[in-house]
Ligand binder design. Structure first.
Ligand code: TXA
Ligand code: MG
Length: 318
């Protein structure tokens, strides 16, 4: 099979209706999409990603009212959240309706659903005529892709088409919340932060309860990534030629090192949109270590730090 990268939504929709997988651009990261109506296609998603069958998928819908299609009696709280935050990077977990295949939810009665903001994704879902399951379009435990070409690199010869919507504007995966009748829990941090959600009752996530997909290691480059309190201090200990620095507005003289800048002006949103591609690029440089400092723990910085903790070989906070 040859993998084509293109911008033709009709071609992409035809492949999906025929039970094939397609790389789909969203505002967060690229997804590996299949029609939720086709169990065989959903199975292919797990196989192609090498993802455990116990790890459920997010269903992507094209309109707010689809909340009532994927779930029979969604709580009022879920409807309020959808009204405020969809389309956008907020995934909601609630009880599924019988219309949703248990292949998508890994056998569970709860379902993760979101309406992406990217226009191309919305048109694609509409053209297919069914919601689309889409995990991030990376092999299990690898970095999520933020460009179409990265999706092709990961799955070349394994999927027929990657719909090219350019670089993802946000750059990290959606915020995931579990919505209960009277409160919500944040299961995965993202661009929609606790602060954005602060008018809703948030209860602390009970970490003793296992949520699917909550693996400690995730998003890992092959080159060891090390979080350090101060890059300037750390560079004294690491040899210049085999170390790559991922910088967040640090302007000290690191000229002897290979460096990748996330945001000259120290803007967290800009850093988010560049983080995964920077990690991939650093990974391809043949270095023996990648150094990065944690981000300020505010706004989307919290979500970025969560991703770094999962990608790093050390834990600065341990
Ligand atoms: O931004 C995103 O959310 C991207 C784009 C493509 O939409 N998708 C994405 O999907 O990140 P994925 O599969 O890589 O991550 C979804 C996470 C997984 O950790 C999964 O375990 C969790 O959501 N999840 C899915 N359904 C769930 C459920 N019913 N209960 C608890 N967790 C669930
Ligand atoms: Mg993922």
């Amino acid at each position: 099979m040859t993998t084509t990268v293109g911008t033709d939504i009709d071609i992409a929709a035809a492949f999906l209706r025929a039970g094939e997988l397609v790389g789909m651009p969203t505002e967060t990261v690229y997804g590996l999409a299949a029609s939720v109506a086709l169990d065989e296609a959903i199975k292919k998603v797990f196989q192609t990603k090498n993802r455990p069958f116990s790890n459920p998928l997010i269903v992507h819908v094209a309109q707010k009212s689809d909340l009532e299609w994927v779930s029979d009696k969604p709580f009022q709280l879920a409807k309020d959240l959808v009204d405020e935050f969809w389309p956008g990077p907020l995934t909601i977990i609630l009880f599924k309706s019988d219309r949703i295949s248990t292949f998508a939810t890994a056998g569970s009665s709860s379902l993760a659903v979101r309406m992406p903001a990217a226009e191309m994704a919305l048109s694609l879902i509409q053209k297919v005529g069914a919601p689309l399951v889409a995990p991030s379009a990376n092999p299990f435990t690898r970095i999520s892709p933020t460009t179409a070409i990265q999706v092709k690199d990961y799955f070349d010869g394994k999927i027929p088409y990657v719909l090219d919507g350019g670089k993802c504007t946000i750059g990290i995966e959606s915020t995931i919340i579990k919505v209960n009748e009277n409160n919500l829990q944040i299961l995965r941090e993202g661009a929609i932060t606790a602060q954005h959600l602060s008018k809703y009752p948030i209860i602390q996530n009970d970490h003793s309860v296992h949520h699917p997909g909550n693996y400690k290691k995730h998003y890992a480059p092959n080159t060891p990534l090390r979080m350090v309190k101060s890059i300037k201090e750390a560079t004294k200990k690491f040899p210049t030629e085999s170390t790559v620095l991922i910088l967040f507005g640090q302007h000290s003289d690191f000229r002897q090192y290979r460096t990748i800048q996330l945001s000259e002006e120290k803007k967290l949103e800009e850093a988010a949109s560049n983080l995964y591609s920077a990690m991939s690029e650093a990974d391809s440089m043949g270095a023996s270590v990648i150094l990065i400092e944690p981000f300020p723990d505010q706004g989307i910085g919290k979500a970025l730090n969560e991703r770094l903790r999962k990608a790093a070989i050390n834990n600065l906070y341990e």
